[in-house]
Design a protein around this ligand. Structure first.
Ligand code: SF4
Length: 457
C-alpha cells in the first residue's frame, strides 16, 4: 500500500491525532454520508468507546467530534471560530448545515463516553448516529481512529489493504529490506525512490509546494511555541517552559560559559515548543502523530540552526526519507499509542527523524536504515500513560528526549558503515509484538503507569 508523504505529515490541530483529528475527520465523513443518503435526517448522536472514552476528555475528543459534525476540518481549523460554533451548538442544541438544515444535537445528552463497551475493531472506536424526527436511528456508522489522523469505517477496517489505494508505484517497497534492495538496484537514494513514488500521484510542483507548506507549518509551530507562555489547559496546571528555556539559551549563546551538553537543551526546546502548542490545541503537523509531533521538526530545526552546511533546500530530502520510514512502520506495526504504546508514537517519530537527519548529513541508504533502527530500538517497550489523559506529561519532555535520541542515533550510524546486528524490519516487528503484548492500561487509557502514580489535582 502506498502511503504518501502527505498522509504521514498532515497539518492538523492538537492535542491528539487519534483522539482529536481522527474524530473530527470522522464527524465530517458522517455528515457527507448523510448528504449522500436518501434519508431525511433530523438529529445526530455520538458515542465514544475504548481509549476515545477513557482519555477523550483530556484529548478534547468530544469537542473534536462535535466540530467535525459541524463541518470543521483539521487542516483549516481556526480556534476562535471553533469556540463560537461550540457555544452556538450548546445554546441552540442544534448543528446547522445550509443543505441539511438544523439537526438536533444536545452536546450534554447526545454525545456519550461509553466506558463499558469497547468496539471490537480497534482501541479507538466511535459510533455516529443519524435520527429521524421521531428520534429513531435511520443511519449509523462505526469509525476507528487508527493513529496519525487516519480514520477507517468498520468495512474499511475489515477490508484491510484491499480497501486502500492499490494503484502501482515505481518502487513498491513494503519493508526496509525491500527499500534497500530497490535503492541499490536503481542507484537512487531513499528520498529519490520515495519521490518517484510520490510523483506517480502528483506533479513535481504540487509535491514541492506541499512539502514547503508542511515545513512552513512545522517551523511556524516551533516559533509560536517559543513565544507561548502561561499554563496549559486541562487542569494539570503544567507551565509552558519552552519560551523561558529558549531565552536562557539565547542569552548564554556566545558567552562561552555553557558546557557542551547544553546543545541537548536546544534539541529539546524546539520539540517542547511544538508539544506545548499541541497541548494548547494549536496547529501542528502530525509527525507521524500529534503526540509525537515535536521530534521531527526539532531535529530539522536543530540541523538548520546549529549544523554548519545545513540548507533549507534539503528539507524535502529529509521529509521524504522520514516518510519512507514512517510508511514502513505503519504498514508493519503501528504509529498509534492506543495500539502499541508510546514506542509506536515517539519511537516511530525518532526513527523517522534519525533517518531524515542521517540522509541530509550524507548517510548512505544502509546508514539511514541503521539510524532509524537505533532510534526505534531504544524506544522499545515504552508505554503510553499520559497523566490525566492529557498529552502533556510525559509527552512534552518525551518529545525533547526523542529528538536527542534521533540525533544521537544518526550520529552513531554515520560513524559506521551501515552494517549492524538488528535489521530495522526485525526491530519494527519487535515493536509490533511488544505492543500486542502490552497491557491495555499502558495504551492511551491512562489506567496505569505515570497516570495512576502521579497526583494530578
Ligand atoms: S505518552 Fe506518548 S503515545 Fe501516549 S499520549 Fe503521550 S506522546 Fe502520545
Amino acid at each position: 500500500m502506498f502511503l504518501s508523504v502527505f498522509d504521514v505529515f498532515k497539518i492538523g490541530v492538537g492535542p491528539s491525532s487519534s483522539h482529536t483529528m481522527g474524530p473530527m475527520v470522522a464527524g465530517g465523513a458522517f455528515i457527507q454520508a448523510i448528504r449522500d443518503s436518501p434519508f431525511k435526517v433530523a438529529g445526530l448522536r455520538a458515542s465514544l468507546h475504548g481509549s476515545l472514552a477513557f482519555t477523550g476528555k483530556g484529548h478534547a475528543t468530544d469537542r473534536a467530534t462535535i466540530l467535525g459534525l459541524a463541518g470543521f476540518l483539521p487542516d483549516s481549523y481556526v480556534a476562535t471560530k471553533a469556540d463560537e460554533a461550540l457555544e452556538k451548538i450548546a445554546n441552540s442544541k442544534t448543528i446547522v448545515h445550509d443543505d441539511l438544515g438544523a439537526l438536533s444535537f444536545d452536546p450534554a445528552a447526545d454525545l456519550i463516553f461509553d466506558y463499558d463497551n469497547d468496539l471490537k475493531g480497534h482501541a479507538n472506536g466511535m459510533m455516529l448516529f443519524a435520527t429521524d424526527d421521531q428520534g429513531d436511528v435511520v443511519m449509523q456508522e462505526t469509525y476507528y481512529s487508527i493513529g496519525g489522523g487516519f480514520v477507517l469505517t468498520e468495512d474499511e477496517l475489515a477490508q484491510g489493504e484491499k480497501g486502500q489505494d492499490q494503484r502501482p508505484v515505481p518502487f513498491p517497497f513494503k519493508s526496509a529490506t525491500e527499500m534497500l534492495e530497490m535503492s541499490k538496484k536503481s542507484g537512487k537514494s531513499i528520498a529519490q525512490i520515495k519521490k518517484a513514488n510520490e510523483l506517480s500521484r502528483m506533479g513535481p510542483a504540487s509535491l514541492s509546494d506541499g512539502i514547503n507548506r508542511i515545513w512552513g507549518a512545522m517551523n511556524d509551530c516551533i516559533d509560536r511555541g517559543l513565544e507561548g507562555e502561561g499554563i496549559l489547559p486541562g487542569g494539570l496546571f503544567v507551565k509552558r517552559r519552552a519560551k523561558s528555556i529558549h531565552e536562557k539559551l539565547l542569552h548564554e549563546a556566545g558567552l562561552n560559559l555553557t558546557p557542551p551538553h547544553t546543545i541537548n537543551d536546544w534539541m529539546s526546546v524546539y520539540a517542547m515548543a511544538v508539544n506545548e502548542e499541541n497541548a494548547a490545541g494549536g496547529q501542528v503537523v502530525t509527525s507521524p502523530t500529534n503526540g509525537a509531533a515535536g521530534v521531527l521538526p526539532a531535529v530539522i530545526r536543530y540541523w538548520l540552526d546549529h549544523v554548519p552546511g545545513a540548507n533549507v533546500d534539503r528539507v524535502e530530502e529529509f521529509l521524504l526519507t522520514a516518510a519512507a520510514i514512517g510508511g514502513i512502520v505503519k504498514a508493519n506495526a503501528s504509529i498509534s499509542g492506543a495500539e502499541c504504546g508510546c514506542q509506536a508514537e515517539v519511537g516511530s517519530a525518532a526513527a523517522m527523524a534519525a533517518a531524515g537527519f542521517c540522509a541530509v548529513m550524507g548517510g548512505t541508504p544502509e546508514q539511514i536504515e541503521n539510524a532509524a533502527e537505533i532510534a526505534l530500538e531504544h524506544h522499545l517497550g515504552m508505554t503510553c500513560d499520559p497523566v490525566k489523559g492529557l498529552v502533556q506529561v510525559p509527552c512534552i519532555e518525551r518529545n525533547g528526549l526523542g529528538a536527542i535520541k534521533a540525533i544521537s542515533a544518526a550520529s552513531l550510524a554515520l560513524r559506521g558503515d551501515g552494517s549492524h546486528i538488528v535489521p530495522l524490519d526485525a526491530c519494527i516487528e519487535t515493536m509490533r509484538q511488544t505492543g500486542r503484548d502490552m497491557h491495555s492500561n499502558y495504551k492511551e487509557t491512562s489506567l496505569g503507569g505515570l497516570a495512576v502514580n502521579v497526583p494530578n489535582c
